[in-house]
Design a protein around this ligand. Structure first.
Ligand SMILES: *[C@@H]1O[C@H](CO)[C@@H](O)[C@H](O)[C@H]1NC(C)=O
Ligand SMILES: *[C@@H]1O[C@H](CO)[C@@H](O)[C@H](O)[C@H]1NC(C)=O
Ligand SMILES: *[C@@H]1O[C@H](CO)[C@@H](O)[C@H](O)[C@H]1NC(C)=O
Ligand SMILES: *[C@@H]1O[C@H](CO)[C@@H](O)[C@H](O)[C@H]1NC(C)=O
Ligand SMILES: *[C@@H]1O[C@H](CO)[C@@H](O)[C@H](O)[C@H]1NC(C)=O
Length: 420
């Protein structure tokens, strides 16, 4: 027998599109209870979608103990960046870790794709240490290789690899970076600018703003009715509501979770709101038709009009109609309330208003004029999709989506020489 040379060249060309999902990281991790917290945070931060849309990727997972230490002290926006650093944009399994040329390398991560990672802060250093150990650390100068490779969890060769490491990889400044959202943001100012002055005044007056601000660190989605929406004929006279009911109504306009437009479009189950308690359901269901998302309360419904802010973990949308919960306003009227605002509101003093069947005159324009949507500098969204039915509709996506469309070429060359 002679010499057999086997040359294996795997060239993987990854073309990202918004529609193809190469993997399902949630499903891949679901069989491992050790990583349930890690998996849950991938879902909460919506990083699962970013991982699923990439063809060649390595996820460095942390067990529940290591993960709880990380999540205990930090807001979701910081946890999201920390987790981004654990997603390598290349394929590494155990064999490849031990074959690193010269025993050390750096590799880029999802954090690099945010555009906020200066220098090599978005990269990870992988070094083959003595005694068969492999160390991981930030690639930023002066960092130490505090984390070590523990085991292979799962792999689909050259597509996705899931490796467990001993502790979080932390880039300098990552954990102390100010959260771009919540406490720094002036929610009422954003709402006023977006044409929701009435709503802003109501949440301020009733103290619901404080409830929003408290919730905003953990995840909050606000549906703010436009000023026109409050003038619609089917909207009851809010001054006739008890303070408790008004508070419930305003809390009903927010979800206690971060739900950007993509989440609204794909979630079939009802969302609980800040008004949801043991006393009543107060939930909302989102329905999608084309690019348009409609919220259904069980009493009335409203189109989601614009995205005012999408900055993890806070989302603010404007809606065309005031969302009236059946828990306060009774069973669904029929026919459905007119979605268009009318000039002469006829407030109904009681709690079960008659619906506006035929609005006498329709104001023009149907939607309030919008100023430029305000975005967080850290996760500057880009205008990504078509307007839907009118000019006030705008859909924004987070910056990493920019990178979809980028073509990555990763070449893995394995040369095996068998001599006999
Ligand atoms: C991924 O898997 C999870 C759990 O198995 C499932 O709920 C989810 O719908 C899947 N996602 C996609 C995009 O298929
Ligand atoms: C990785 O970190 C080690 C230890 O700090 C360092 O010696 C090595 O040069 C780094 N590797 C690369 C490729 O930067
Ligand atoms: C890996 O990804 C490529 C490109 O999408 C695909 O053709 C191939 O079937 C995948 N391999 C496995 C084992 O799923
Ligand atoms: C938020 O903005 C409102 C009006 O836009 C202003 O009255 C208020 O003082 C601001 N609050 C803070 C804390 O800056
Ligand atoms: C944009 O809108 C036009 C007309 O409504 C439609 O034909 C087209 O498919 C839309 N494009 C996208 C990307 O949604």
């Amino acid at each position: 027998m002679g010499t057999m040379h086997l040359l294996f060249v795997t060239l993987s060309l990854s073309i990202f599109t918004t529609t193809t999902n190469a993997h399902n990281i949630t499903a891949l991790l679901s069989g491992f209870s050790d990583y349930s917290l890690f998996n849950s945070y991938l879902s909460q931060t919506k990083l699962d979608g970013e991982i699923n849309s990439r063809q060649t990727i390595t996820v460095l997972v942390l067990n529940n103990a290591a993960m709880s230490a990380l999540v205990a002290k930090h807001p979701l926006s910081v946890i999201k960046n920390a987790l981004r650093l654990h997603v390598l944009l290349d394929y590494y399994d155990a064999a490849k870790l031990h074959q690193i040329t010269d025993g050390t390398t750096t590799t880029t991560t999802l954090y690099q794709t945010t555009g906020n990672a200066a220098g090599n802060i978005g990269s990870v250093n992988i070094t083959d240490l003595k005694g068969g150990k492999v160390g991981f650390g930030s690639a930023a100068p002066g960092s130490t290789l505090d984390s070590t490779y523990t085991k292979e969890v799962k792999k689909v060769p050259y597509n996705i690899s899931i490796l467990e490491i001993s502790q979080p990889i932390i880039a300098p400044g990552l954990l102390t970076a100010p959260a771009p959202s919540a406490s720094d943001l002036n929610i009422t100012a954003l709402l006023e600018k977006a044409g929701c002055k009435t709503f802003a005044a109501l949440i301020l007056k009733t103290g619901v703003l404080k409830v929003y601000q408290t919730a905003a660190d953990k995840g909050l989605t606000v549906f703010a009715p436009s000023d026109e929406a409050f003038k619609a004929a089917n909207v009851p006279d809010l001054s006739k509501l008890s303070n408790a009911d008004l508070v419930s109504l305003l809390q009903f306009h927010a979800l206690s979770s971060y739900a950007p437009i993509g989440t609204l479009k794909t979630t079939k189950n009802p969302f609980t709101t800040l008004a949801t308690s043991a006393a009543g359901k107060f939930d909302l269901t989102a329905e999608t038709s084309g690019d348009e998302v409609t919220l259904k309360t069980g009493y009335d419904s409203s189109r989601v009009a614009t995205t005012v802010l999408d900055s993890t973990p806070l989302c603010i949308f404007t809606v065309d109609s005031v969302l009236l919960p059946p828990e306060l306003f009774g069973i669904s009227p029929s026919p459905a309330p007119a979605p268009v605002p009318v000039t002469s509101p006829t407030p109904s003093p009681n709690k079960a208003p008659t619906p506006a069947v035929a609005p006498a005159s329709v104001m023009s324009p149907p939607a309030p004029p919008m100023e430029s949507p305000v975005v967080s500098p850290a996760e500057a969204p880009i205008k990504a999709e078509n307007s839907t039915s009118d000019s006030s509709a705008a859909v924004y996506v987070e910056a990493p989506a920019l990178l979809k469309g980028i073509v990555t070429v990763s070449a893995i060359v394995i040369v095996s020489v068998f001599l006999s």
